[in-house]
Ligand binder design. Structure first.
Ligand code: AGP
Length: 600
């Protein structure tokens, strides 16, 4: 979503720091950008719709400043225009903001009665005006922030500068992430450590209802009551913040190809010493039921875990879309463990669902990829996927890291509840240790995926079908294709086609499928024959030696059910990638999408 950067320095021009910081956050998706900085003793604001290059072109190349704030906005309230772009300024106060002010209309009405008027249609301008209202009333920043935090309903990471206090930058936080980078003579605030990593690897993390005064000498962090807090100074693990594309044309391709390392890196500590290492994973046997909550690809990873929990360890498991879970009766109890899956750890719906479960005092577990993210702090226990920085909006290596980590969690559970033998677990552990050899042939088969992409990239509708685990995998396959190629593609349970969808199958409609369950494959194949008879082109991923000449077959080796999802999804990821490549779309930053959906 949006990106925030602010900087104050004794001896450096902060404008390049601000622009570079915004560029390091571009992967999150945005549609306007702006910067505010001190120029000729006044706060000068430059804003633009579109990309950061438009902002750079609007800036005066000779301008220098020792203090500034900057923002990339993904439009929520109000269109992607320069008027709605941040920073927003109201009299003394200028801010940039990530998050959503839920009660902004009520506040706007109150302020209009106090003769405030508004230029933009954003909640942020209202927040800025409210800060100014309190600042004019109290002439005290601590009191201003305290009253603001009491009044506001919603989420915010706000960076504020005040026209008569330009030796300081103020930051305040609730739900949207905010870090404070510390370096000699220059301090940098940002919504994501990727914006500061070029200048420092030392940073503080603000928690909810905390705020800070940042200047070139020190950083004073306080609670909403004004108590000064002593906070841990964190160090960025530079290996995990690899922002480079390497020799790849796109981050997405780099991240797909890295999976031969990231999967094993994620599970190694739980399997390196065989059975004993699995005991490091939390004991789930005290729970009667497992709930899993997530969005998009994270939700799809949850479905794979559901299949494994239920089919292999006989444990009831339900998976919910976070945006639905938080608004329905979900029969939680102390005997239910709710697992939250999130690559970014910042997805608003997942955070809200987590807060709902925590509010009832029930147990929570996180499967998270980003260290020090909001969800990683809120869950009772957090298991980290070690996929490293995932820059491309379309999730690939994070997904396979999620299903790998969930797989070893299921394995450890199956051992504890005696539904799986040690011999079986050791076989699966061996296959995980051998994952590089198992997936490299699939990663390297570029010609096959390119040949399939050439046949499908001009199609309007593409269907992914499967049964059981293959159905859940088809959901992720369809999402990968549609989100980067913009081709309408849907996943359907193979057995469901005859109940309506088969009416959409026409000559050369591509139907992509996987059949990896010997008990179900015959039925899936007959479903494929049915659509073939109606003119469809069939692409089948299978570990069976199925040899129908009219199908395009992608063979995968016979492996454990715990490894199959990884082998099936890699062709799906690469078919999507090469199809989008032929379509010429913005593969790493697809239109309308953001890497982390930090608003509902
Ligand atoms: C997947 O390719 C998408 N980028 C999107 O569905 C994503 O998985 C979803 O927004 C959840 O994000 P999270 O894992 O960071 O919570």
């Amino acid at each position: 979503m949006c990106g925030i950067v602010g900087a104050i320095s004794k001896d450096r021009n902060v404008l390049p720091i601000l622009i570079t910081g915004l560029k390091n956050l571009e992967y999150r998706g945005y549609d306007s950008a702006g910067v505010a900085y001190l120029k000729n003793k006044k706060i000068n604001i430059v804003k633009t719709s579109g990309k950061i290059i438009n902002l750079e072109n609007k800036l005066n190349k000779n301008d220098k400043s020792n203090i500034g704030i900057a923002h990339t906005r993904w439009a929520t309230h109000g269109k992607a225009t320069s008027i709605n772009a941040h920073p927003h300024s109201v009299k003394h106060i200028t801010i940039v903001h990530n998050g959503i002010i839920e009660n902004y209309e009520e506040i706007k009405d109150m302020l209009e009665k106090e003769n405030y008027s508004f230029k933009s249609s954003t909640d942020t301008e209202v927040a800025c005006a409210l800060l100014n209202y309190y600042y004019e009333e109290f002439r005290d920043v601590d009191r201003t922030i305290k009253e603001f935090m009491k009044k506001i309903i919603g989420s915010y990471a706000i960076v504020m500068i005040i026209d008569n206090d330009l030796d300081n930058i103020y930051v305040l936080k609730k739900e949207s992430p905010l870090v404070i980078g510390i370096s000699d003579n220059t301090n940098i605030v940002a919504s994501d450590i990727r914006a500061i990593v070029k200048y420092t690897n030392k940073y503080y993390i603000l928690n909810d209802f905390e705020y800070a005064k940042v200047n070139t000498n020190d950083v004073i962090i306080k609670s909403v009551n004004g108590d000064i807090l002593s906070k841990e100074l964190h160090t960025i693990n530079l290996e995990e913040i690899d922002n480079s594309k390497g020799h790849y044309k796109h981050y997405m391709l780099k991240e797909i190809m890295e999976q031969n390392k990231t999967i094993l890196r994620t599970v190694l500590s739980f399997i390196e010493d065989g059975i004993d290492s699995l005991s490091k994973l939390p004991d789930l046997t005290k729970y009667k039921e497992i709930y899993i909550v997530g969005c998009g690809t994270a939700y799809h990873a949850g479905l794979v875990a559901k299949y494994l929990f239920e089919e292999i360890t006989n444990t009831k498991c339900n998976v919910y879309l976070a945006s639905e879970f938080r608004y329905q009766n979900n029969f939680l109890s102390k005997d239910t463990l709710t697992i939250f899956i999130s690559q970014s750890g910042e997805t608003a719906d997942t955070i809200s669902s987590l807060k709902l479960v925590k509010s009832k005092g029930y147990p929570t577990l996180g499967i998270i990829n980003v260290d020090n993210s909001t969800i990683s702090y809120l869950v009772d226990k957090c298991l980290y996927t070690k996929a490293g920085s995932e820059i491309a909006v379309a999730s690939t290596k994070a997904y396979t890291a999620q299903i790998a980590l969930l797989s070893v969690l299921v394995l450890s559970h199956g051992l504890r509840n005696k539904t799986i033998s040690e011999d079986y677990v050791l076989k699966v552990i061996d296959q995980f240790k051998n994952i590089d050899n198992l997936i490299s042939p699939l990663l390297d088969d570029k010609d096959l995926y390119l040949s399939i992409a050439k046949k499908i990239y001009k199609e309007k509708d593409i269907f992914y079908i499967g049964r059981g685990l293959d159905y859940y995998l088809s959901m992720e396959g369809a999402l990968k294709l549609k989100e980067i190629s913009y081709i309408h593609s849907e996943a359907y349970s193979a057995g469901e086609l005859k109940h309506g969808t088969i009416s959409l199958i026409e000559k050369s409609t591509p139907v992509i499928s996987s059949a990896t369950n010997t008990k179900l494959n015959a039925k899936t194949i007959s479903n494929l024959e049915e659509v073939l008879a109606r003119g469809a082109d069939i692409y089948l991923i299978t570990d069976d030696n199925y040899k129908d000449k009219s199908f395009t077959i992608i063979n995968i080796p016979k492996v454990s059910i715990f490894i199959k999802p990884i082998l099936v999804i890699i062709p799906y990821q690469l078919i999507a990638y090469y199809t989008a490549l032929l379509k010429g779309t913005d593969i790493d930053k697809p239109k309308n999408l953001a890497k982390s959906v930090t608003v509902e």
